[in-house]
Design a protein around this ligand. Structure first.
Ligand SMILES: C[S@@+](CC[C@H](N)C(=O)[O-])C[C@H]1O[C@@H](n2cnc3c(N)ncnc32)[C@H](O)[C@@H]1O
Length: 266
């Protein structure tokens, strides 16, 4: 299902955090739970931070939306995490989730999964505390700007992570390549980028509204990342089993994880 490009101000106006979380991350029926993406992402993030030892002072989590699962492994490897998203509602929901406010989405299953993968006997409560103390703030950001955090200019960071955001922010492949350069601007030479994207998806339904998605392929991702000054360290794709009902909500056929290291500015 194609749909007109939904730009950042459409997100600001109509993207509903609760509707998104219930459709995509509900522990029993969430599309990204049922299709295996969430477990895949949690495993790959643990591998990147704990097994490969990607660590440092600061990680920026760009386009976090209302989700916190992506920071559960990172919070053990970085002194601080800075969140960033375009919409006020998503930044507010992210902060409320970090404070474990009543009525916010229950991430217990995902947190328990990460604690189990880590195998250190960390309790869900202790992981929530670690996450809350490591994420220092969340900032307004626009990945379409050469400095996505404009007007702020932060010191270059050790890692930038962006899960399921860039393909929503871009209307064409050239813009996607530029956005990779924009995100790279925030990174030290030798720093790391971590991306997940859904592939071959043209749109997704969230909170009863349809949002556009830039159709990405594994080949495009490999070339775009290499052409924007990164060396790919790890890239993995998982394929989803076809389910007509879920497909109508979100028509991706696979999901991609990539870890890459910045070797130069382009
Ligand atoms: C599908 S949600 C991804 C949420 C979350 N990272 C996840 O893994 O499910 C896409 C996010 O991209 C953000 N976004 C869209 N356009 C943006 C832009 N130009 N700059 C920064 N964030 C943007 C939206 O506000 C939204 O939070």
């Amino acid at each position: 299902m194609d749909t007109a490009f939904t730009d950042k101000d459409t997100y600001q106006d109509i993207f509903d955090p609760e509707g998104y979380l219930n459709t995509y991350y509900n522990p029993k029926s969430g599309i990204l739970v049922v299709d295996g993406f969430l477990n895949f992402a949690l495993k790959k993030l643990h591998e990147a931070f704990a097994t490969r030892g990607i660590k440092g002072k600061t990680l920026i989590d760009i386009g976090h939306g209302p989700t916190i699962y992506q920071d559960l492994s990172a919070c053990e490897s970085f002194d601080e995490i800075i969140g960033a998203d375009y919409t006020d509602r998503n930044r507010e929901y992210y902060e409320r989730s970090l404070r474990n406010e009543p009525g916010t989405f229950d991430w217990t299953d995902a947190i328990q999964k990460v604690c189990d993968i880590e195998g250190k006997g960390t309790s869900v409560e202790d992981k929530k505390k670690k996450l809350k103390t490591t994420v220092k703030k969340t900032l307004k950001c626009d990945v379409l700007k050469s400095n996505p955090l404009e007007p702020l200019v932060l010191p270059k960071v050790d890692c930038v992570m962006s899960l399921g955001c860039l393909e929503c922010a871009c209307s064409n492949l050239d813009t996607y390549r530029n956005v990779l350069k924009n995100v790279s601007f925030l990174l030290k030479i030798g720093g790391y980028i971590i991306l997940t994207e859904i592939l071959n998806c043209s749109s997704y339904l969230s909170g009863g509204k349809r949002f556009s998605c830039l159709v990405l392929t594994e080949d495009f991702m490999r070339s775009a990342i290499s052409e924007t000054g990164f060396e790919i360290i790890d890239l993995e794709v998982i394929y989803r089993k076809y389910d007509k009902n879920q497909y109508e909500l979100c028509n991706h056929d696979s999901s991609l994880f990539v870890l890459a290291r910045k070797i130069k500015d382009v």
